[in-house]
Ligand binder design. Structure first.
Ligand code: MLT
Length: 410
Protein backbone atom coordinates (compact mmCIF):
# COMPACT_ATOMS: atom_id res chain seq x y z
CA UNK A 1 0.00 0.00 0.00
CA UNK A 2 1.31 3.43 -0.91
CA UNK A 3 1.19 5.79 2.03
CA UNK A 4 1.07 9.51 1.35
CA UNK A 5 2.37 12.40 3.41
CA UNK A 6 -0.65 13.03 5.69
CA UNK A 7 0.21 16.70 5.88
CA UNK A 8 -0.92 17.13 2.29
CA UNK A 9 -4.44 16.03 3.19
CA UNK A 10 -4.54 18.83 5.76
CA UNK A 11 -4.00 21.49 3.08
CA UNK A 12 -6.87 23.46 1.67
CA UNK A 13 -8.16 22.09 -1.62
CA UNK A 14 -6.10 24.33 -3.87
CA UNK A 15 -3.43 27.01 -3.83
CA UNK A 16 -4.88 30.54 -3.64
CA UNK A 17 -3.87 31.68 -7.11
CA UNK A 18 -5.00 28.40 -8.73
CA UNK A 19 -8.40 28.86 -7.07
CA UNK A 20 -8.71 32.39 -8.44
CA UNK A 21 -7.64 31.25 -11.91
CA UNK A 22 -10.35 28.57 -11.76
CA UNK A 23 -13.04 31.12 -10.82
CA UNK A 24 -11.94 33.52 -13.56
CA UNK A 25 -11.98 30.75 -16.15
CA UNK A 26 -15.53 29.83 -15.16
CA UNK A 27 -16.59 33.49 -15.42
CA UNK A 28 -14.98 33.80 -18.85
CA UNK A 29 -16.80 30.71 -20.08
CA UNK A 30 -20.12 32.24 -19.01
CA UNK A 31 -19.28 35.74 -20.27
CA UNK A 32 -17.11 35.37 -23.36
CA UNK A 33 -17.82 39.01 -24.29
CA UNK A 34 -16.25 40.41 -21.09
CA UNK A 35 -12.90 42.09 -21.48
CA UNK A 36 -11.20 41.07 -18.29
CA UNK A 37 -8.41 43.10 -16.68
CA UNK A 38 -6.11 40.89 -14.64
CA UNK A 39 -4.74 42.37 -11.45
CA UNK A 40 -4.72 39.19 -9.42
CA UNK A 41 -1.51 37.20 -9.42
CA UNK A 42 1.58 39.40 -9.50
CA UNK A 43 2.62 38.48 -13.00
CA UNK A 44 4.45 41.01 -15.12
CA UNK A 45 3.28 42.25 -18.53
CA UNK A 46 6.40 43.94 -19.93
CA UNK A 47 8.71 41.71 -21.94
CA UNK A 48 12.15 40.77 -20.69
CA UNK A 49 14.55 43.68 -21.18
CA UNK A 50 16.55 43.91 -24.38
CA UNK A 51 19.91 43.36 -22.66
CA UNK A 52 18.71 40.00 -21.30
CA UNK A 53 17.13 38.99 -24.59
CA UNK A 54 20.41 39.66 -26.42
CA UNK A 55 22.33 37.71 -23.77
CA UNK A 56 19.94 34.78 -24.16
CA UNK A 57 20.34 34.72 -27.96
CA UNK A 58 24.09 34.60 -27.51
CA UNK A 59 23.82 31.90 -24.84
CA UNK A 60 21.54 29.80 -27.04
CA UNK A 61 24.12 29.97 -29.84
CA UNK A 62 26.79 28.86 -27.38
CA UNK A 63 24.62 25.94 -26.34
CA UNK A 64 24.31 24.89 -29.98
CA UNK A 65 28.04 24.76 -30.54
CA UNK A 66 30.21 21.83 -29.43
CA UNK A 67 33.04 24.17 -28.37
CA UNK A 68 30.92 26.46 -26.17
CA UNK A 69 28.14 24.13 -25.03
CA UNK A 70 27.34 23.96 -21.30
CA UNK A 71 26.03 20.80 -19.63
CA UNK A 72 25.28 20.62 -15.93
CA UNK A 73 26.28 23.84 -14.25
CA UNK A 74 27.24 24.35 -10.61
CA UNK A 75 24.27 23.61 -8.33
CA UNK A 76 24.93 26.93 -6.59
CA UNK A 77 24.85 28.87 -9.86
CA UNK A 78 27.56 30.19 -12.16
CA UNK A 79 30.32 32.38 -10.73
CA UNK A 80 29.70 35.04 -13.39
CA UNK A 81 26.23 35.71 -11.96
CA UNK A 82 27.15 35.29 -8.28
CA UNK A 83 29.93 37.85 -8.77
CA UNK A 84 27.49 40.39 -10.25
CA UNK A 85 25.06 39.81 -7.38
CA UNK A 86 27.80 40.19 -4.79
CA UNK A 87 29.09 43.37 -6.43
CA UNK A 88 25.94 45.19 -7.54
CA UNK A 89 23.25 44.02 -5.12
CA UNK A 90 25.47 44.07 -2.04
CA UNK A 91 28.96 45.62 -2.26
CA UNK A 92 27.50 48.76 -3.87
CA UNK A 93 25.36 49.15 -0.76
CA UNK A 94 28.34 48.61 1.51
CA UNK A 95 27.44 44.99 2.31
CA UNK A 96 29.98 42.18 2.05
CA UNK A 97 28.41 38.97 0.74
CA UNK A 98 30.82 36.33 -0.57
CA UNK A 99 29.91 34.44 -3.72
CA UNK A 100 29.78 31.15 -1.79
CA UNK A 101 27.04 32.64 0.37
CA UNK A 102 24.87 33.15 -2.74
CA UNK A 103 22.77 30.26 -4.06
CA UNK A 104 21.21 30.94 -7.45
CA UNK A 105 17.96 29.14 -8.08
CA UNK A 106 14.79 29.05 -10.15
CA UNK A 107 13.13 31.64 -7.94
CA UNK A 108 12.23 32.84 -4.48
CA UNK A 109 9.01 30.82 -4.41
CA UNK A 110 10.98 27.57 -4.59
CA UNK A 111 13.59 28.73 -2.10
CA UNK A 112 11.17 30.09 0.50
CA UNK A 113 9.19 26.87 0.09
CA UNK A 114 12.24 24.62 0.32
CA UNK A 115 14.28 26.29 3.06
CA UNK A 116 12.39 24.32 5.69
CA UNK A 117 14.17 21.17 4.48
CA UNK A 118 17.23 22.14 6.52
CA UNK A 119 15.32 23.20 9.64
CA UNK A 120 13.81 21.00 12.33
CA UNK A 121 10.12 20.22 12.07
CA UNK A 122 9.96 21.01 15.80
CA UNK A 123 10.69 24.68 15.18
CA UNK A 124 7.95 27.14 16.01
CA UNK A 125 7.07 29.24 12.98
CA UNK A 126 5.80 32.83 12.96
CA UNK A 127 4.30 34.57 9.95
CA UNK A 128 2.74 37.94 9.37
CA UNK A 129 -1.01 37.91 8.78
CA UNK A 130 -1.76 38.51 5.90
CA UNK A 131 1.06 36.47 4.41
CA UNK A 132 2.33 35.09 1.09
CA UNK A 133 0.70 31.62 1.22
CA UNK A 134 3.84 29.69 0.28
CA UNK A 135 5.38 30.23 3.73
CA UNK A 136 2.39 28.68 5.45
CA UNK A 137 1.58 25.90 2.99
CA UNK A 138 5.17 24.69 2.86
CA UNK A 139 5.20 24.44 6.65
CA UNK A 140 1.93 22.52 6.58
CA UNK A 141 3.54 20.09 4.13
CA UNK A 142 6.54 19.72 6.43
CA UNK A 143 4.36 18.99 9.47
CA UNK A 144 5.15 22.15 11.43
CA UNK A 145 1.68 23.69 11.25
CA UNK A 146 -0.50 21.50 13.49
CA UNK A 147 -4.20 21.47 12.65
CA UNK A 148 -6.45 23.90 10.83
CA UNK A 149 -8.61 25.95 13.19
CA UNK A 150 -12.09 27.35 12.53
CA UNK A 151 -10.54 30.75 11.83
CA UNK A 152 -8.57 29.23 8.97
CA UNK A 153 -5.30 29.51 10.89
CA UNK A 154 -2.96 26.67 11.89
CA UNK A 155 -2.73 25.67 15.53
CA UNK A 156 1.09 25.59 15.69
CA UNK A 157 1.81 28.66 13.59
CA UNK A 158 2.07 32.08 15.21
CA UNK A 159 0.23 34.74 13.24
CA UNK A 160 1.37 38.34 13.65
CA UNK A 161 -1.55 40.54 12.61
CA UNK A 162 -0.85 43.46 10.29
CA UNK A 163 -3.82 45.74 10.12
CA UNK A 164 -4.85 49.38 9.92
CA UNK A 165 -4.55 49.71 13.72
CA UNK A 166 -0.85 48.86 13.76
CA UNK A 167 -0.12 50.53 10.41
CA UNK A 168 0.40 47.04 8.91
CA UNK A 169 3.57 46.64 10.99
CA UNK A 170 3.70 43.39 12.96
CA UNK A 171 4.44 43.60 16.67
CA UNK A 172 7.42 41.65 18.01
CA UNK A 173 5.91 38.40 19.35
CA UNK A 174 5.82 37.86 23.11
CA UNK A 175 6.18 34.07 22.76
CA UNK A 176 9.45 33.29 20.99
CA UNK A 177 9.29 31.65 17.56
CA UNK A 178 12.29 29.84 16.05
CA UNK A 179 11.63 30.74 12.40
CA UNK A 180 10.14 34.10 11.43
CA UNK A 181 9.09 34.85 7.86
CA UNK A 182 9.21 38.52 6.89
CA UNK A 183 8.53 39.83 3.40
CA UNK A 184 9.44 43.49 2.82
CA UNK A 185 8.36 45.39 0.77
CA UNK A 186 5.38 43.32 1.70
CA UNK A 187 3.34 40.97 -0.36
CA UNK A 188 0.37 41.41 -0.12
CA UNK A 189 -0.01 44.80 1.61
CA UNK A 190 2.68 46.70 -0.29
CA UNK A 191 3.84 48.26 3.00
CA UNK A 192 7.46 48.45 4.21
CA UNK A 193 9.63 48.40 7.31
CA UNK A 194 11.86 51.39 7.92
CA UNK A 195 15.47 50.89 8.91
CA UNK A 196 14.71 51.23 12.62
CA UNK A 197 11.72 48.88 12.38
CA UNK A 198 13.81 46.24 10.63
CA UNK A 199 16.59 46.75 13.16
CA UNK A 200 14.11 45.94 15.93
CA UNK A 201 13.49 42.56 14.24
CA UNK A 202 17.18 41.82 13.85
CA UNK A 203 17.81 42.70 17.51
CA UNK A 204 14.85 40.57 18.56
CA UNK A 205 16.08 37.60 16.51
CA UNK A 206 19.63 37.88 17.90
CA UNK A 207 18.40 38.19 21.46
CA UNK A 208 16.03 35.24 21.14
CA UNK A 209 18.14 33.06 18.84
CA UNK A 210 15.46 33.06 16.15
CA UNK A 211 16.06 32.80 12.41
CA UNK A 212 14.64 35.51 10.14
CA UNK A 213 13.62 34.30 6.70
CA UNK A 214 13.63 37.61 4.86
CA UNK A 215 11.96 37.67 1.47
CA UNK A 216 12.97 40.80 -0.42
CA UNK A 217 11.56 39.82 -3.80
CA UNK A 218 10.16 43.36 -4.22
CA UNK A 219 13.32 45.23 -3.24
CA UNK A 220 13.67 46.84 -6.68
CA UNK A 221 10.44 48.79 -6.11
CA UNK A 222 11.76 50.70 -3.08
CA UNK A 223 11.62 54.44 -3.65
CA UNK A 224 11.96 55.80 -0.12
CA UNK A 225 15.37 56.36 1.48
CA UNK A 226 14.57 55.02 4.90
CA UNK A 227 13.56 51.58 3.60
CA UNK A 228 16.41 49.04 3.59
CA UNK A 229 16.95 47.11 0.36
CA UNK A 230 18.60 44.22 2.15
CA UNK A 231 18.33 42.93 5.69
CA UNK A 232 22.14 42.84 5.75
CA UNK A 233 22.12 46.65 5.85
CA UNK A 234 21.28 46.08 9.52
CA UNK A 235 24.15 45.23 11.82
CA UNK A 236 24.05 41.69 13.15
CA UNK A 237 21.73 40.37 10.41
CA UNK A 238 24.43 38.03 9.10
CA UNK A 239 24.06 36.09 12.36
CA UNK A 240 20.27 35.73 12.21
CA UNK A 241 18.90 36.10 8.67
CA UNK A 242 18.60 34.34 5.35
CA UNK A 243 17.62 36.61 2.47
CA UNK A 244 15.64 35.59 -0.62
CA UNK A 245 15.72 37.58 -3.85
CA UNK A 246 13.95 37.17 -7.14
CA UNK A 247 14.52 38.35 -10.70
CA UNK A 248 10.82 37.77 -11.44
CA UNK A 249 9.56 41.16 -10.43
CA UNK A 250 12.89 42.99 -10.79
CA UNK A 251 13.48 41.99 -14.39
CA UNK A 252 10.28 40.35 -15.60
CA UNK A 253 11.58 36.79 -15.20
CA UNK A 254 8.28 35.25 -14.01
CA UNK A 255 8.30 32.95 -17.02
CA UNK A 256 12.07 32.54 -17.20
CA UNK A 257 12.64 31.65 -13.52
CA UNK A 258 15.67 32.87 -11.63
CA UNK A 259 16.32 34.10 -8.12
CA UNK A 260 18.78 33.55 -5.34
CA UNK A 261 19.15 33.00 -1.63
CA UNK A 262 21.88 34.37 0.62
CA UNK A 263 22.93 32.16 3.52
CA UNK A 264 25.75 33.87 5.47
CA UNK A 265 28.42 31.63 6.92
CA UNK A 266 27.88 33.00 10.44
CA UNK A 267 24.41 31.42 10.60
CA UNK A 268 24.44 28.49 12.98
CA UNK A 269 21.69 26.05 13.90
CA UNK A 270 21.85 23.11 16.29
CA UNK A 271 21.03 19.46 15.72
CA UNK A 272 19.08 17.37 18.23
CA UNK A 273 22.33 16.51 20.02
CA UNK A 274 23.08 20.21 20.42
CA UNK A 275 25.90 20.21 17.87
CA UNK A 276 26.34 23.47 15.93
CA UNK A 277 25.84 23.29 12.17
CA UNK A 278 26.43 25.97 9.52
CA UNK A 279 23.17 26.64 7.68
CA UNK A 280 25.22 27.60 4.63
CA UNK A 281 26.66 24.07 4.48
CA UNK A 282 23.27 22.44 5.00
CA UNK A 283 21.63 24.52 2.26
CA UNK A 284 24.52 23.74 -0.06
CA UNK A 285 24.08 20.05 0.68
CA UNK A 286 20.34 20.29 0.09
CA UNK A 287 20.77 22.12 -3.23
CA UNK A 288 23.44 19.69 -4.47
CA UNK A 289 21.08 16.79 -3.83
CA UNK A 290 17.80 18.23 -5.06
CA UNK A 291 18.70 20.91 -7.61
CA UNK A 292 20.85 21.03 -10.72
CA UNK A 293 21.07 24.77 -11.02
CA UNK A 294 19.13 27.31 -13.08
CA UNK A 295 19.79 26.97 -16.80
CA UNK A 296 22.89 28.53 -18.33
CA UNK A 297 20.77 30.60 -20.72
CA UNK A 298 18.68 31.96 -17.84
CA UNK A 299 21.71 32.86 -15.77
CA UNK A 300 23.25 34.71 -18.70
CA UNK A 301 19.96 36.63 -19.01
CA UNK A 302 20.15 37.50 -15.31
CA UNK A 303 23.78 38.57 -15.62
CA UNK A 304 22.79 41.01 -18.38
CA UNK A 305 20.57 43.02 -16.06
CA UNK A 306 23.73 44.16 -14.25
CA UNK A 307 25.24 45.70 -17.39
CA UNK A 308 24.80 49.48 -17.79
CA UNK A 309 22.08 48.96 -20.47
CA UNK A 310 20.43 46.23 -18.43
CA UNK A 311 20.32 48.38 -15.32
CA UNK A 312 18.75 51.27 -17.21
CA UNK A 313 16.18 49.02 -18.85
CA UNK A 314 15.24 47.36 -15.58
CA UNK A 315 14.89 50.75 -13.87
CA UNK A 316 12.56 51.86 -16.67
CA UNK A 317 10.36 48.78 -16.25
CA UNK A 318 10.14 49.29 -12.50
CA UNK A 319 9.25 52.96 -13.02
CA UNK A 320 6.50 51.89 -15.43
CA UNK A 321 4.91 49.62 -12.82
CA UNK A 322 5.32 52.20 -10.08
CA UNK A 323 3.48 54.72 -12.24
CA UNK A 324 0.66 52.16 -12.54
CA UNK A 325 0.68 51.79 -8.77
CA UNK A 326 0.31 55.54 -8.37
CA UNK A 327 -2.57 55.58 -10.85
CA UNK A 328 -4.24 52.82 -8.88
CA UNK A 329 -3.71 54.58 -5.55
CA UNK A 330 -5.08 57.91 -6.73
CA UNK A 331 -7.89 56.31 -8.75
CA UNK A 332 -9.02 54.26 -5.78
CA UNK A 333 -8.93 57.33 -3.55
CA UNK A 334 -11.01 59.23 -6.11
CA UNK A 335 -13.50 56.35 -6.04
CA UNK A 336 -13.71 56.76 -2.26
CA UNK A 337 -11.75 53.59 -1.46
CA UNK A 338 -9.03 53.43 1.19
CA UNK A 339 -5.75 51.84 0.19
CA UNK A 340 -2.14 51.45 1.29
CA UNK A 341 0.98 50.23 -0.52
CA UNK A 342 2.02 50.99 -4.06
CA UNK A 343 4.79 53.44 -3.11
CA UNK A 344 7.64 50.98 -2.59
CA UNK A 345 5.85 47.94 -3.97
CA UNK A 346 3.79 46.80 -6.94
CA UNK A 347 0.85 45.91 -4.69
CA UNK A 348 -2.02 48.07 -3.51
CA UNK A 349 -4.00 46.84 -0.50
CA UNK A 350 -7.55 48.11 -0.67
CA UNK A 351 -10.16 48.20 2.08
CA UNK A 352 -13.38 46.72 0.76
CA UNK A 353 -16.27 49.20 0.80
CA UNK A 354 -19.29 49.00 3.10
CA UNK A 355 -18.01 46.07 5.13
CA UNK A 356 -18.03 43.65 2.19
CA UNK A 357 -16.04 40.46 2.67
CA UNK A 358 -12.99 39.95 0.50
CA UNK A 359 -14.69 37.28 -1.58
CA UNK A 360 -17.87 39.38 -1.99
CA UNK A 361 -15.73 42.20 -3.32
CA UNK A 362 -13.88 39.77 -5.58
CA UNK A 363 -17.20 38.63 -7.06
CA UNK A 364 -18.48 42.19 -7.45
CA UNK A 365 -15.32 43.50 -9.06
CA UNK A 366 -15.16 40.56 -11.44
CA UNK A 367 -18.92 40.49 -12.13
CA UNK A 368 -19.44 44.24 -12.62
CA UNK A 369 -16.07 45.70 -13.60
CA UNK A 370 -14.51 42.58 -15.10
CA UNK A 371 -11.42 43.17 -12.98
CA UNK A 372 -9.59 40.34 -11.26
CA UNK A 373 -7.90 40.97 -7.93
CA UNK A 374 -6.96 38.82 -4.98
CA UNK A 375 -9.24 38.57 -1.93
CA UNK A 376 -7.27 39.65 1.14
CA UNK A 377 -8.61 36.81 3.27
CA UNK A 378 -6.80 34.39 0.94
CA UNK A 379 -3.59 35.67 2.58
CA UNK A 380 -4.80 35.11 6.13
CA UNK A 381 -7.63 36.06 8.51
CA UNK A 382 -6.38 39.63 9.01
CA UNK A 383 -6.79 40.08 5.25
CA UNK A 384 -10.57 39.76 5.57
CA UNK A 385 -12.20 42.97 4.40
CA UNK A 386 -9.23 43.75 2.16
CA UNK A 387 -8.37 43.18 -1.45
CA UNK A 388 -5.05 43.17 -3.34
CA UNK A 389 -4.58 44.75 -6.77
CA UNK A 390 -1.32 44.55 -8.67
CA UNK A 391 0.34 47.29 -10.68
CA UNK A 392 1.76 44.74 -13.12
CA UNK A 393 -0.82 45.21 -15.85
CA UNK A 394 -0.21 47.62 -18.72
CA UNK A 395 -0.44 51.40 -18.28
CA UNK A 396 -3.49 51.53 -20.56
CA UNK A 397 -5.37 48.75 -18.77
CA UNK A 398 -4.49 50.21 -15.37
CA UNK A 399 -6.10 53.51 -16.45
CA UNK A 400 -9.07 51.57 -17.81
CA UNK A 401 -9.42 49.60 -14.58
CA UNK A 402 -9.47 52.79 -12.52
CA UNK A 403 -12.14 54.27 -14.80
CA UNK A 404 -14.28 51.16 -14.44
CA UNK A 405 -13.94 51.22 -10.66
CA UNK A 406 -14.94 54.90 -10.53
CA UNK A 407 -17.90 54.41 -12.84
CA UNK A 408 -19.34 51.32 -11.19
CA UNK A 409 -19.78 53.08 -7.86
CA UNK A 410 -18.60 50.12 -5.85
C1 MLT B 1 1.78 36.94 -6.01
O1 MLT B 1 0.91 37.30 -6.79
O2 MLT B 1 1.65 36.99 -4.79
C2 MLT B 1 3.06 36.45 -6.57
O3 MLT B 1 3.15 36.74 -7.90
C3 MLT B 1 3.12 35.02 -6.48
C4 MLT B 1 4.52 34.54 -6.64
O4 MLT B 1 5.46 35.31 -6.74
O5 MLT B 1 4.66 33.33 -6.60
Amino acid sequence: MIRVNDNFSKLQESYLFSEIARKVKAFEAEHPEASIIRMGIGDVTLPICEASVKAMHKAVDEMGNRATFHGYGPEQGYAFLAECISKYDYAERGIAIATDEIFISDGAKSDTGNIGDILSTDNLVAVTDPVYPVYVDSNVMAGRAGTLTERGTWSNIMYMPCNAENGFIPALPAAIPDMIYLCYPNNPTGTTLTRSQLKAWVDYALENKALLLFDSAYEAFITEDDVPHSIYEIEGARRCAIEFRSFSKTAGFTGLRCGYTVVPKELIGYDSEGRPMMLNKLWNRRQCTKFNGASYVTQRAAEAIYTPEGRTQVREAIAYYLRNALILRSGLAAAGLEAVGGVNAPYVWVKTPRGMTSWEFFAKLLGECHIVGTPGVGFGPSGEGYFRLTAFNTYELTLEAVERIKNFRL
